[in-house]
Design a protein around this ligand. Sequence first.
Ligand code: G3H
Ligand code: ZN
Length: 279
Amino acid sequence: MLTTTAELVEDARGRGCGVAAFNVITLEHAEAVAAGAEASGLPAILQISQNAARFHGGPLAIAAAARAVAQASSAALALHLDHVEDVDLLHSATACGVSSVMFDASKLDDEANVAATREASAWAHRHGLWLEAELGEIGGKGGAHTPGVRTDPDQAAAFVAATGVDGLAVAVGSSHAMRARVGRLDLDLIERLRDAVPVPLVLHGSSGIENDHLAEAVARGMVKINIGTLLNLAFTGAVREMLVEDSVVDPRVYLAPARSAMADAVADCQRAIAAPAAS
Ligand code: G3H
Ligand code: ZN
């Protein structure tokens, strides 16, 4: 069933656990998130990045597919646009039928980030949308900030007050597109950010973090856990295995195991962050 990001994030925060947000590139990604969420009995957010929207020549077709999958599922699923830098794409959010957007002005200097994010946040709220923004560059996507930089709690509190955002992506040691789960997060910083900032915290680049460590990050205050690369590794690994056989022509022969490998990864991550925080 289709629900909203605001509802899932606030519910997770209230219960001291995390909610997973998975990047959707193809229809099979959306179907895998629904299947994984049905298997785990846990909610999830389907998120379409600006890059994925560009890949499809615009956001509408993939958003409509993800929405139809969410509506048909017995799991609670919300739709989100992710890493939106383009204001036209932000403004397409209502036509896409999403309930939230991450507006990413993190490549700008901090003053310009505040100004652009404040405007995006005001627009989103006029249209009933939950808005996430980023402060401090999370590595792996380029940007004006030095890689390895961390989000300062006082600056984060001032940023949220100045922009009115509903969720904040913070730099605490993760990096996008990691193929191995070897990243370590600054757990003390997560706790300081949770205490300083009134809105839920978002972890990007979560594929590079082991499940146990993700659970610790949630216990310290992370709420929305963004996962992309992990699903693509599962997808591509399964496809690669199937394509060893020269006789394979029908895409369903390799897309079915790819989708099922992604569904297993979805349920696994959801379960890891679902337990109420111990501290
Ligand atoms: O916004 C999306 C996430 O940050 C995904 O990052 O592909 O490294 O898991 P990841
Ligand atoms: Zn991200």
